[in-house]
Design a protein around this ligand. Structure first.
Ligand SMILES: O=C(O)CCC(=O)C(=O)O
Ligand SMILES: [Fe+2]
Length: 255
């Protein structure tokens, strides 16, 4: 990890991002269905139209050749991610002093969603971010980044580079775990593109309105709940509202 202070002051108010989500896939939905809505954010003023046009061409190519998005490798990758989720679920349960199947039983990470992100080179990386500062609205997310770097996590009041480690996966704690989720962002770079995949785990859509809250077995007089119960639907709705104002959503659910 390396610390990166000087850029931060000048970049903390940036609102422009330069990242295309080239594939979104819900692995449970009949094997693999590529989403046709592949955009993240397109808010570049200068040169933006050209960039958007190129992005649209990528979208059209994917629509014309949907098999691109359902390649065997993607399905295989998801199978491995699901196995990893099961192992992490057991390890996290045990680390909390619960039975190893506790988190699996409450079905808090039953669904998975894969995003493949493409960050094109940016002529003005000092004016644009690859991905704005955010926390994930998931239970947790695993990220694989290529060797270009650019991912940063907010730690002890500064942005810290998460340097790529060959063969390593990152596991990001998401908001639904209701610990302090890791705020992160991705820098834009002027030379060469960057790709990453983010595999998100969250409660299944059949539990959209199921309230999740502090685990009762872990509460005591000296360890009272810090957050109230919240459903995935309620949380996601609040998050989307808040993201526009760039304020913390977790804070809304604090007791
Ligand atoms: O591209 C990355 O390294 C991070 C992606 C990310 O944070 C996300 O998709 O939520
Ligand atoms: Fe993220």
């Amino acid at each position: 990890m390396g610390y990166l202070k000087p850029l931060d002051a000048s970049m903390s108010n940036l609102k422009r991002t330069r990242c295309i989500c080239i594939l979104q896939m819900d692995a449970k939905a009949s094997g693999s269905i590529p989403s046709t809505e592949l955009f993240r954010k397109t808010t570049l003023p200068l040169g933006g139209m050209l960039w958007v046009s190129i992005s649209r061409m990528v979208l059209w190519t994917l629509k014309l050749y949907p098999s691109f998005a359902v390649r065997k490798e993607v399905s295989e990758y998801m199978k491995h991610m699901i196995k990893l989720r099961d192992v992490l679920s057991e390890l996290l349960s045990e680390a909390l002093g619960l039975s190893s199947d506790h988190l699996a039983r409450i079905e808090c990470m039953e669904s998975e969603h894969l995003s493949c992100l493409y960050y094109p080179p940016c002529p003005e990386p000092n004016l644009t971010l690859g991905l704005l500062k955010h926390s994930d609205t998931t239970f947790f997310t695993t990220v694989v980044q290529d060797d270009k770097g650019g991912l940063q996590v907010f730690h002890q009041d500064q942005w810290v580079n998460v340097l790529p480690v060959p063969g390593a996966l990152l596991a990001n704690i998401g908001d639904l775990m209701q610990f302090k989720s890791a705020e992160h962002r991705v820098l834009a770079r002027c030379v060469g593109s960057r790709v990453s995949t983010a595999c998100c785990f969250f409660p299944s859509s059949s539990h959209l309105f199921k309230p999740y809250g502090p685990i009762k077995e872990l509460l005591s007089e000296t360890n009272p709940p810090l957050y109230r119960e919240v459903s995935n639907m309620e949380y996601t709705t609040a998050y989307q509202k808040n993201v526009r104002h760039r304020t913390s959503t977790l804070a809304l659910f604090k007791l």
